[in-house]
Design a protein around this ligand. Structure first.
Ligand SMILES: [Zn+2]
Length: 337
């Protein structure tokens, strides 16, 4: 059997800044490099070379669903830089010759400074699109719908460390703080300028809105059209968080599902949030979370919806964890036992 490298889709990247600039993951020994919008584009283009990767049906061209609004220059705030409209990417990984029945959505980028989620996504995608025999078997059973950055304006802002005076976060504790002066007490925000000006501080609390944020509407519409409005599994990648953990707003039925159990076997040391004595127990229902929207009838009717918050992990460990998310599904759908 071939069990070859799933690093074939890796690409050279520049470390665009270090964690002395973005104060995220400073408690980590070896924080992963920042994951910029350019890296999302480059990885998408690289993985698109795989014969198993194609645009989703909602893509306008290549792997692009459309563009964000960006943030225009404003003469009233001459120090604020412009955020150019950003491409919103989507693609599908599948073996259409086999008519796979299971659908899994993979998303990342909700929170701009949470680069760990994108390394996780890269590791999972590299395995799924690669030439490992288990990936090949899995592609015959399942289709994967990938949305690698669902908040591109926020990510652009995070990696450029822009604290827009015209659009500060309504929650300063979670915003960039005041421009540079109060650094290093600032932290990447959880939204983007368009959300902040609308009074919203957190990009993962607005997925139940309609007609408020064009890119939210566009991504939700695409996810529904791409998948047919019904999926089996849904992943939203975040992190870092200490301790690293995965969880589900659905609770026990999700973490003790066959897939949840397979994941526990693949990653026995990773905490499941909400288990007895586990971290972050008693999760409250927050309808604006992407993982919650995905489970609703208005969303994707996901049978199982999950959030991953890896913590304190290197780039290598994050990619391995992403691969294990795919291998756990292989164990359930295509494995020997
Ligand atoms: Zn997050």
């Amino acid at each position: 059997m071939s069990n070859t490298n799933d690093n074939q889709f890796d690409y050279p990247y520049e470390k665009v800044f270090d964690y002395n600039v973005i104060r995220r993951g400073l408690w980590e020994d070896s924080p992963p490099p920042a994951y910029s919008p350019q890296m999302v584009a480059r990885h998408t283009e690289t993985v698109a070379e795989s014969q198993w990767v194609k645009p989703t049906r909602s893509c306008l061209h290549d792997m692009v669903l459309g563009q964000t609004n960006g943030w225009p220059a404003n003469p009233d705030y001459p120090d604020d830089p412009e955020i150019p409209p950003q491409d919103i990417y989507a693609y599908q990984i599948t073996d259409t010759s086999a008519e796979p029945e299971v659908k899994m959505v993979i998303a990342s980028g909700n929170h701009p400074g949470e680069f760990s989620g994108n390394w996780l996504l890269q590791g999972m995608v590299n395995f799924l699109a690669g030439d490992d025999d288990r990936a090949a078997a899995l592609r015959k059973k399942a289709s994967f719908f990938v949305y690698p950055d669902v908040n591109p304006d926020g990510r652009y802002q995070a990696v450029h460390r822009i604290d827009l005076e015209a659009a500060p976060s309504p929650n300063p504790k979670e915003g960039f703080g005041r421009r540079f002066d109060n650094f290093p007490d600032t932290d990447p925000g959880r939204g983007n300028p368009e959300l902040y000006i609308a009074g919203e501080a957190d990009h993962n609390r607005v997925w139940n809105t309609n007609d408020r944020f064009r890119h939210i509407d566009l991504i939700k519409r695409a996810m529904k059209a791409d998948t047919g409005g019904k999926v089996d599994y849904f992943w939203d990648f975040h992190g870092p968080q200490e301790p690293g953990n995965w969880r589900s707003p659905q609770g026990e039925p999700a973490w003790n599902s066959p897939y949840g159990q397979a994941l526990q076997a693949r990653e026995p040391d990773v905490v499941i949030a909400g288990l007895p004595n586990g971290f972050k127990s008693g999760l409250s229902y927050q309808p604006g979370k992407l993982s919650v929207w995905a489970a609703t009838n208005e969303g994707l009717c996901a049978d199982y919806t999950y959030v991953y918050e890896p913590g304190g992990w290197t780039e290598t460990r994050l990619k391995e964890a992403g691969r294990n998310l795919a291998l756990a599904l292989y164990d359930v759908l295509a494995g020997d036992g």
